[in-house]
Write a protein of this length. Structure first.
Length: 406
């Protein structure tokens, strides 16, 4: 259970970088509102990819910020992939969670399992809360009267909304002006055409799994806001100035009080009415090159944030942080890894020469590349030990083929 919980925590942190990028993109005024739900869709994909592909284009700093081994470490650390942040945070983490001498267990061995149980209860609560709200709403509209096709009217409806999963219906209040009803129906039909009712339900399911992540809450709330803005844009794209003014009046007439909002239905006047009215009145058709640029940005974001770094962290490969040459405590060499894909290699206790560089792990091979020369040191990973491969390494003066680091 703890490994699953930490997997969701780490995946949520990785998706958080994408959320921050999209929040920044939302500030660019000329990007069409219809592109925003597409951007948030990338966040949804990232949250679902518990085993994403790796690429050289990835800009995710770290895919395992909290390693499972942290529960057993003498000095617990996190690995954000940002050296400065690690320097600031890790002293606090180590001081707070390092076991005291004589303790039978690390405090994290107790805390993380408790947090994993709290996470499960939170998921159940979120899903149960949504289910209860939907059942209450369904009971309220059970007396709705068919108006036309999938359009219903009910005295229990205060603002138009879409409700349903496979067969969504539009629910309207009684005594709605004909001009207002036209705008409302166009808006709600656009929601159904764009499958917004499914997107919102699916977004809430993901939020239920990542309820502990504040950036996921921010993403969901902005996503709900953006699907309304995008839907408005789809409806008014062919409207004239007077028609847009009428549409704005319709929005204001169905401004829903916060207390009447629902989790899953798409209410006409549910979110950000003031901003929506401004966007409707100021709407200008996007230029084609802006649309093409937005799609290009979407592709770049997908390459950079839906993939993991191609480099494998030493912990992901099941390696320890420090290795020593077997059979020699004082004179033997040692190899230590850091979280930013670099290493320190001490060749011998009798030599002051120390190697620094970066490492790559491919399958069962570990390759060390020196920063100061072109030498490479290759090791076979065998059951958690490192066996030096003198035949393919470019420098063997400090090592003999077959020597083992444990």
């Amino acid at each position: 259970m703890t490994e699953v919980f930490l997997k969701f925590v780490n995946n949520g942190i990785s998706a958080g970088w994408l959320v921050l990028i999209i929040i920044f993109l939302r500030m660019i005024p000329r990007i069409p509102k219809r592109m925003r739900p597409v951007f948030w869709g990338l966040v949804g994909v990232r949250l679902m990819l518990l085993v994403p592909v790796k690429s050289v284009f990835s800009l995710i700093p770290s895919v395992q910020t909290i390693a499972p081994e942290i529960m057993y470490a003498r000095k617990p650390k996190i690995y954000t992939g940002i050296a400065i942040l690690n320097t600031i945070v890790n002293p606090i983490v180590s001081e707070s969670f390092s076991p005291n001498p004589g303790d039978s267990a690390n405090s994290l061995q107790v805390l993380i399992p408790i947090l994993s149980i709290v996470w499960i209860f939170g998921v159940v609560f979120m899903l149960g809360f949504a289910l209860v709200n939907c059942l209450r709403l369904r009971r309220r509209i059970r007396t709705a009267v068919l108006l036309d096709k999938n359009i219903y009217q009910s005295e229990e409806v205060f603002s138009p909304f879409v409700f349903g999963f496979l067969h969504p219906r539009i629910y309207l209040p009684f005594a709605v002006d004909e001009k207002i009803m036209r705008n409302v129906i166009l808006h709600e039909q656009a929601h159904i055409t764009r499958y917004d009712h499914l997107r919102k339900i699916f977004g809430y399911l993901l939020l239920s799994l990542y309820w502990f992540n504040p950036l996921c809450w921010a993403a969901y709330m902005l996503f709900c806001k953006d699907i309304e803005l995008a839907c408005d844009e789809c409806v008014i794209c062919n409207f004239g100035k007077e028609e847009r003014a009428d549409y704005s009046e319709t929005l204001l007439s169905f401004c829903v009080p916060k207390i009447k909002r629902n989790i899953c239905p798409l209410a006409f006047g549910e979110i950000a009415v003031k901003e929506r009215v401004k966007n409707v009145l100021r709407y200008k058709a996007p230029v084609s090159w802006i649309v093409m640029t937005a799609f290009a940005v979407c592709i770049v974001i997908a390459l950079c944030f839906l993939t993991n770094p191609k480099h494998i962290n030493f912990r992901e490969a099941g390696l320890k942080e420090v290795y020593f040459l077997e059979g020699s405590d004082l004179l033997g060499g040692s190899l230590s890894f850091s979280d930013n894909y670099s290493y320190t290699l001490v060749f011998s206790g009798l030599s002051s020469y120390i190697g620094y560089g970066d490492y790559e792990i491919e399958g069962k091979k570990l390759k060390l590349s020196n920063f100061f020369d072109d030498n490479q040191y290759i090791f076979d990973i065998v059951n958690g030990t490192l066996v030096f491969d003198g035949e393919v390494s470019t420098d063997t003066r400090w090592w003999k083929g077959g020597e083992v680091l444990k």
